[in-house]
Design a protein around this ligand. Structure first.
Ligand code: UGA
Length: 467
């Protein structure tokens, strides 16, 4: 047993990214884990070692757990009374009013009860509003299980880095009655000692998860506001963010401006905590503004493209990226998809590309997906980069330029800002950085910029000239 904690029988309910990382991670720590999901197709795929989503490093961890006999996958609830500790990792989607919809969570909690041995623990790993653990406990008592404790152990796993976030956490949080919280904490004993283990109340643990995501989301919205202001006054947000981030009180992470945050967590969690705040009659204007700014950010890109390209009807627009961020195939709440859809709704033909993600069902006939980025860019009247996959910075932009109808490049993530795209003949627009007008309309190899000699004035001139 790595780290000396005794192996424990664990059940994990919900085989989404959080559930699979938690199950495979706990198996890697030496526990005997059964991962359960109600979707038989998902279970069958997992049992064959196939993950239904893209998560670097996870297939190897799952395979290892299974080959060592520590990780089992089950579509039916695992054996009665088999688990000492059961983790709930089911979704808590957004209800119509913005609150977290806890239907699935409470159903799964009831379903988990037969699995949990006498005196066992139900751990809520899903992101849930403060008080959810109390309600789950009340329902568990009503179902006649006074012996089961409920602990909140929120996850801080980001998609794309889930495995390393599990194995090298910055903190571990366990909320609930002290003895039960300690038993859950003991499962993670083998993880690096440097990560503080915080034992706290259940409501505090539940709140901390929302606070973490809302803080991060607010940084993204604030840096986006500064980027927009940089655009307006001719400053460069890259240097602004760097200067701000060098202050150790602020720190340099999550200061990348762009088209707004997406994914299955930030948008939903900010709205959910606002709903909690409304019920508690406690205003949270900063969180409200975070959400508002985020919803406006992708629309700004659409407006900029429309202003530069002119009427979009009949135009072909390339969109680079579909996933909400690189390293994942998740398209939930992807702001890039919103941009693609809005451009298509304005009459353009949108050709999107992503190295991993697929266009979700229901995207509409005016948005199609090309197999390669080059194919998406062929004949395009403009290109919009919406996901900062490293693949896009590595594209042979100088060779691509003559293949586009108009060499207009909108970089929604500033992912190409270090390339001298002006020298390659592009009109380049990032977010909060001085625009670059083509310095030579000849094709020339893209080289790192090094200098930033293109000013807002040059953008204004070029824009005028182009019209
Ligand atoms: C987020 C948190 O980072 C995790 O700690 C948390 O556990 C997880 O939610 C969750 O609640 O389960 P995730 O949604 O996978 O993880 O993605 P992030 O890497 O946090 O990015 C969120 C969004 O913010 C993305 O759209 C990303 O493009 C955007 N972002 C991030 C920026 O626009 N700028 C930045 O500087 C950073």
């Amino acid at each position: 047993m790595p780290g000396g904690a005794s192996p424990t029988q664990v059940a994990v309910l919900g085989a989404g990214p959080v559930g699979v990382v938690t199950a495979a991670g706990l198996a890697a720590l030496g526990h005997h884990v059964t991962l359960h999901d109600i979707d038989p197709k998902r279970v069958a795929a997992l049992a064959r070692g196939r993950l239904p989503f893209h998560e670097p490093g996870l297939p190897a961890l799952v395979k290892k757990g299974m080959s060592q006999g520590r990780l089992a996958i089950a579509s039916t609830v695992p054996a009665r009374g088999a688990a000492v500790i059961a983790f709930l990792c089911v979704g808590t989607p957004q209800a119509d009013d913005g609150a977290a919809d806890l239907t699935m969570l409470h159903q799964a909690a009831q379903g988990a009860l037969p699995v949990i041995a006498r005196g066992g623990i139900l751990v809520i790993r899903s992101t849930v509003p403060p008080g959810t653990g109390d309600e789950a406990e009340r329902r568990i008592r009503a179902a006649g299980r006074a012996d089961v404790s409920v602990v909140s152990a929120p996850e801080f796993l980001a998609e794309g880095t889930g495995v390393q976030d599990f194995l090298r956490p910055e903190r571990l949080v366990f909320g609930g009655a002290l003895q039960a919280a300690r038993r859950v904490a003991a499962l993670f004993k083998a993880l690096p000692k440097a990560a503080p283990r915080i034992l706290t109340s259940r409501r505090t643990a539940e709140m901390a998860k929302y606070a973490a995501n809302t803080f991060l989301a607010s940084r993204v919205s604030l840096v986006n506001e500064f980027a927009n202001l940089c655009d307006a006054v001719g400053a460069d947000v890259r240097d602004v963010a760097r200067i701000v981030g060098l202050d150790s009180r602020i720190g340099s992470k999550f200061l990348r401006p762009g088209i707004g945050y997406g994914g299955s967590c930030f948008p939903k969690d900010v709205k959910a905590i606002l709903s909690v705040a409304a019920t508690a009659k406690t205003p949270m204007p900063v969180a409200e503004a975070t959400d508002r700014t985020n919803q406006a950010q992708w629309r700004r890109v659409v407006a900029t493209v429309q202003a530069s390209v002119g009427p979009l009807a009949g135009k072909r627009i390339a969109v680079l990226g579909i996933a909400f961020k690189p390293g994942t195939d998740d398209t939930r709440e992807a702001p890039g998809l919103r941009i693609a859809q809005a451009i298509a709704d304005a009459g353009a033909r949108v050709v999107a590309h992503d190295p991993v993600a697929q266009l979700p069902a229901g995207t509409g006939p005016r948005v199609e997906q090309a197999l390669t980025a080059e194919a998406a860019l062929d004949g395009a009247d403009a290109a919009i980069l919406v996901t900062e996959w490293p693949d896009y910075a590595a594209l042979p932009w100088a060779k691509i330029r003559p293949r586009m109808r108009t060499p207009l490049l909108f970089d929604g993530r500033n992912a190409l800002a270090s390339l001298d795209l002006a020298a390659a003949g592009f009109e380049y627009r990032g977010i909060g950085i001085p625009a670059a007008a083509p310095s030579a309309m000849k094709t020339k190899a893209s080289t790192p910029a090094g200098t930033r000699n293109n000013t807002t004035n040059s953008r204004k001139k070029t824009k005028g000239a182009r019209r």
